[in-house]
Design a protein around this ligand. Structure first.
Ligand SMILES: Cc1cc2nc3c(=O)[nH]c(=O)nc-3n(C[C@H](O)[C@H](O)[C@H](O)COP(=O)(O)OP(=O)(O)OC[C@H]3O[C@@H](n4cnc5c(N)ncnc54)[C@H](O)[C@@H]3O)c2cc1C
Length: 317
């Protein structure tokens, strides 16, 4: 593995990370920025339509991500000098470890070894998998972790979606267009989603809700493919006949690639940052959902942008 160098490494190429790259580049177009991860693996890319970005018409997430990639590529082309590498380089690989040396950070991926003067961590929140009984057995046989990606495959069928929050509300709104019947299995007494989604859901004849379900009592069953769901409600055993289950639970931040860095984190595992997005480790900044920001795209983009500005000012010093 040859050693590559850059000024700024951004770990995570979702909206937050790409916003940080745009801001850092704008603040100082002479710096070399490397942005790690797969943009189309981000939550925004995978999750259907976005309709809350001020001044932007309803846009499909994957198209929006493509627009930002194109924007970055255009900047590279516009300011490129002959024989010089791109100022912002996408590295479509996950970072597996980060270590701090005296003058720089060392980032490792499966095929690259990179030195960076500063780092922004914007690697988002992973999906929570392997939690529901039967989930692993029926993956691709009726169990999916993305309603928007796979929902249309179950046109005319009965389905359930497990989880809470805006993304489950959005998933249920998507599924109701295709599926005969959608049951939302929510672990809490309310869905805790925005009213704009709840109003639409309450008018949907083919969507029903089961609240306060202890997920430990839920079991997906079938012989070859999913045939149903068992769970307990108010101490009684219940059973639904369904053809598919969308498990849309969010995990805590995955910090395994940061095990060699002593970052301060909250008791729930989110990275702690100050008002300029700096962490307790000099040279490491953070932004987005991994730092506990509210999961709204405009907020996350602004947070990434702020981190990009702050890290560039830090590097200038
Ligand atoms: C179903 C659903 C619908 C939603 N709808 C809306 C909506 O309409 N409006 C709205 O405002 N918000 C919406 N959200 C919320 C929003 O999409 C997310 O909160 C947002 O995408 C999080 O951004 P992020 O950049 O923090 O993380 P992510 O988008 O998850 O991006 C993180 C990136 O980091 C990468 N990564 C992870 N680990 C590593 C590593 N070790 N090395 C390198 N890269 C790594 C990941 O692959 C990913 O590409 C929705 C979310 C869901 C799930």
């Amino acid at each position: 593995m040859s050693l590559e160098k850059c000024d700024l490494a951004i770990v995570g190429s979702g909206l937050t990370g790409m916003s940080a790259a745009l801001a850092a580049y704008g603040r100082n177009p002479d710096q070399i920025i490397k942005i790690f991860g797969i943009p189309f693996d981000s939550n925004t890319a995978k999750k259907g339509e976005i309709e809350n970005i001020p001044g932007v018409k309803k846009v499909v997430g994957v198209d929006y991500i493509q627009q930002i990639i194109t924007q970055i590529e255009n900047l590279n082309a516009e300011f490129a000098k002959e024989d010089e590498p791109n100022k912002i380089e996408f590295i479509n690989e996950d970072v597996t470890s980060i270590a701090k040396n005296v003058t720089h950070f060392q980032l490792i991926t499966d095929s690259r070894n990179i030195e960076a003067k500063a780092v922004i961590i914007s690697s988002g929140l992973p999906e929570l998998k392997h939690t529901i009984r039967g989930e692993d057995k029926f993956v691709h046989k009726g169990v999916s972790h993305c309603a928007v990606c796979d929902g249309a495959l179950f046109r005319g069928r009965k389905v359930a979606i497990i989880g809470e929050g805006n993304f489950v509300a959005r998933g249920a709104l998507f599924l109701r267009k295709y599926c005969r019947n959608v049951t939302v299995i929510c672990p809490n007494p309310t869905l805790d989603a925005d009213n704009r989604f709840l109003k639409k859901l309450s008018k949907s004849q083919n969507v029903s809700f089961k609240y306060s379900i202890d997920l430990e009592t839920v079991e997906i069953f079938g012989s070859q493919i999913v045939e149903g769901l068992r769970f307990q409600k108010d101490g009684e055993n219940r059973e639904l006949t369904i053809n598919a289950v969308f498990v849309e639970l969010k995990d805590k931040p995955d910090l395994t690639f940061l095990k060699d860095i002593s970052l301060d984190i909250t008791e729930n595992g989110y990275i702690i940052k100050n008002a300029k997005n700096a962490t307790n480790v000099e040279g490491i900044f953070t932004a987005g959902s991994i730092s506990g920001e509210m999961e709204y795209i405009p907020i996350l983009m602004g947070d990434g942008y702020k981190a990009g500005i702050s890290v560039t000012d830090y590097l200038k010093k």
